[in-house]
Unconditional design. Structure first.
Length: 146
C-alpha cells in the first residue's frame, strides 16, 4: 500500500445545494485530504470534464460522485456520455443517489459505474462514507495518469 499519494480532486454532480454543502462539510470533517468541486447537473459535469467554459482551468478529477436525478441532463445520461468518451472513460464514477431502485443499480453498472451507493440518511453516515471513499480511492486503488 502506497502512502505518498497526492489528494484526489473529486467532482460531485448534485443538483441539491444542501446535499452539496453536506458533502463538503462531511469531507472536511472526515479529514481525508481531497478537493471537492461541485457541479449542478450532467451538462455542467460534461463541461467541467471537457474543460469548457467556465471550467477551462479545472483540474482533472480522480473521482466523480454522480447523482442520478438531476435537471437538464440526469446522471444516467451523463454516465453514458462519460463512458462513451475515450478521453474521460477511465475516470471512476461512483453513483451516489437516493434511488434504491434495482433498475437504477443494474443500469448504472451496465453503463460503467465503478460503484453504486445509496446516500446515507445522517450527516455522521455521510462523514463515514467520505472517509471510506477517500481512503479507498487514495490508499488502495491504482488510477491511470491523465
Amino acid at each position: 500500500m502506497t502512502t505518498d499519494r497526492k489528494p484526489l480532486t473529486i467532482v460531485m454532480a448534485e443538483d441539491d445545494p444542501d446535499d452539496r454543502l453536506l458533502a463538503r462539510d462531511a469531507l472536511a470533517q472526515s479529514r481525508v485530504l481531497n478537493e471537492l468541486r461541485c457541479v449542478e447537473d450532467g451538462v455542467e459535469l460534461l463541461r467541467y470534464l471537457r474543460r469548457e467554459a467556465p471550467f477551462e482551468d479545472a483540474p482533472r478529477p480522480g473521482l466523480i460522485l454522480l447523482d442520478l436525478n438531476m435537471p437538464r441532463m440526469d446522471g444516467r445520461e451523463a454516465l453514458r456520455e462519460i463512458k462513451a468518451d475515450a478521453a474521460l472513460r477511465r475516470i471512476p464514477v461512483v453513483v451516489l443517489t437516493t434511488s434504491k431502485a434495482e433498475e437504477d443499480l443494474v443500469r448504472s453498472y451496465d453503463l460503467g459505474a465503478a460503484s453504486f451507493i445509496s446516500k446515507p440518511v445522517t450527516f455522521d453516515g455521510l462523514v463515514e462514507l467520505m472517509k471510506a471513499l477517500g481512503r479507498y480511492w487514495i490508499e488502495f486503488v491504482e488510477l491511470p495518469a491523465e
